[in-house]
Ligand binder design. Structure first.
Ligand code: NAD
Length: 428
């Protein structure tokens, strides 16, 4: 589909962002496949609400610096909106709007009572001190206060943010309303009402999907190899869970470099190495490699678990994996998707593959609302059950309607939200 030709693409603010264009193109494609009502398409192709805020803070050197922060809510049709907060230099309104739209589809695929949202601040968190990060997070929370709330919009961690960030947001919000309000965020520390297993949930969900896909292609875990891009929350847990099941992780990259080891990287030893503050690329249990080249290494499973737009028209034809498991959001461009459609690579699309995070976020929100907490076995068992159900629903639609897994997942999700919108009608 040609981006410039499509009259439905919203132009200003969101439209200029390649990531947002990518999200809209995916929606347009699925709209055509399912014959989506044009009026619903019109509403779904733009976020419901977006807020851009200045976040001025006092830096450690005494100077003031103003960061720009965003919160975008794509849909509140199915319930409060839900989505992570990202700290990364590339964050802009279009990227956040795209991520918010993907969150809507993800919540719909998993049948969660949420719409999609996303937020972020354009900054390099690695260059900020803890104090600077805390002041930035608290001021950002204060600025977006009018549009967040446990029944309105519930943030969570994403790239560059973690449990501590969520604790600061929870505290700032609670101070503002005058009582402890754990249900304002998910992905919090356990002692503040966080859910056991939330930190590992996205990676675990990725691996539950990979195990199903391995069965589909008839390869056992013991005979499978994996290449993982990104070694943060999603990438590291994915590696750990794969290794536990006997899959050999033969290459890993992060923003500083990459390593390979055809015999399989010792993940426990790598974790210890990283915990000592050393770089992944310096790990003695592997050979240093080029971070871009590992994407095209022969392997059974390729897991992009870092940034969007990593599999593009430039490298898609060179992929030598059997399964592409999208741990990251939006790692494959629509152009690359077209190239991959002609290959026999089994794609587990992001809106399904990494939905474990928002699923356990939902469990956390439910537990906080009820003030009744589950144990880890309950969390993991329920997560696996919901992930497998979603995987097989998407797979069935893909097979029956002869669609790609991405289009099948999107069609299920868009149909669900469209139906809800139709039932609720258009206010006023
Ligand atoms: P994170 O900040 O914990 O880790 C990101 C990792 O990517 C780091 O290891 C970083 O070094 C690496 N990285 C950055 N740039 C890179 C590059 N150019 N090449 C290779 N590696 C690079 O973030 P995360 O929470 O693991 O999120 C990763 C992806 O997964 C994002 O797309 C995010 O939106 C998505 N996601 C995260 C969650 C979650 O629960 N954390 C849930 C769903 C989706």
């Amino acid at each position: 589909m040609d981006t410039n030709n499509h009259k439905n693409l919203p132009k200003p603010i969101y439209g200029e962002s390649p990531v947002f264009q990518m999200a809209v193109l995916q929606l347009l494609e699925v709209a055509e496949v399912i014959g989506l009502d044009q009026n619903i398409l019109e509403r779904l192709s733009k976020p419901k609400r977006a807020m851009v805020v200045s976040v001025p803070i006092r830096m450690d050197n005494g100077k003031t610096h103003t960061f720009i922060g965003y919160r975008v809510q794509h849909s509140l049709t199915s319930g409060p909106s839900k989505g992570g907060i990202r700290y990364h230099p590339s964050v802009d309104i279009g990227e956040v709007a795209a991520l918010a739209m993907w969150m809507t589809w993800k919540c719909a695929i998993m049948n969660l009572p949420f719409g999609g949202a996303k937020g972020g601040i354009a900054c390099d968190p690695d260059k900020l001190s803890m104090g600077e990060k805390e002041r930035m997070t608290r001021r950002f929370t204060e600025e977006i206060l009018p549009i967040i709330g446990p029944r309105m919009d519930v943030p969570a961690p994403d790239l560059g943010t973690d449990e501590q960030t969520m604790a600061w947001i929870m505290d700032t919000y609670s101070m503002s309303v005058g009582y402890a309000c754990p249900e304002i965020v998910t992905g919090k520390p356990i002692e503040l009402g966080g859910c056991i297993g939330r930190r590992e949930a996205t990676g675990r969900g990725v691996v539950y999907c990979i195990m199903q896909a391995l069965q589909e292609i008839g390869v056992s875990a013991g005979n499978a190899t994996a290449v993982v891009q990104g070694y943060g929350n999603v990438g590291a847990v994915t590696c750990q869970e794969l290794a536990m099941r006997g899959v050999k992780v033969i290459a890993i990259s992060d923003r500083y470099g990459a390593i390979t080891n055809p015999e399989g990287i010792d993940i426990a030893a790598l974790n210890k190495h990283m915990a000592d503050g050393k770089l992944l690329k310096e790990f003695p249990g592997g050979r240093e490699a080029d971070a871009n080249e590992i994407l095209t290494m022969p392997c059974t499973v390729l897991v992009p678990a870092a940034l969007e737009r990593q599999i593009t028209e430039n490298n898609a034809a060179q992929l030598k994996c059997r399964i592409l498991a999208e741990g990251a959001n939006g790692p494959t461009t629509p152009e690359a998707d077209k190239i991959l459609a002609d290959s026999d690579i089994f794609i587990i699309p992001d809106i399904l593959c990494n939905a474990g995070g928002v699923t356990v976020s939902y469990f956390e929100w439910v537990q906080d609302m009820a003030q009744f907490f589950w144990d880890e076995a309950q969390v993991n068992q329920k997560l696996e059950q919901l992930m497998l159900k979603a995987f097989h629903q998407v797979r069935t639609v893909a097979k029956e309607s002869k669609l790609s897994m991405r289009l099948a997942g999107m069609s299920l999700a868009v149909k669900k939200v469209a139906q809800e919108k139709k039932r609720r009608g258009l206010y006023p």
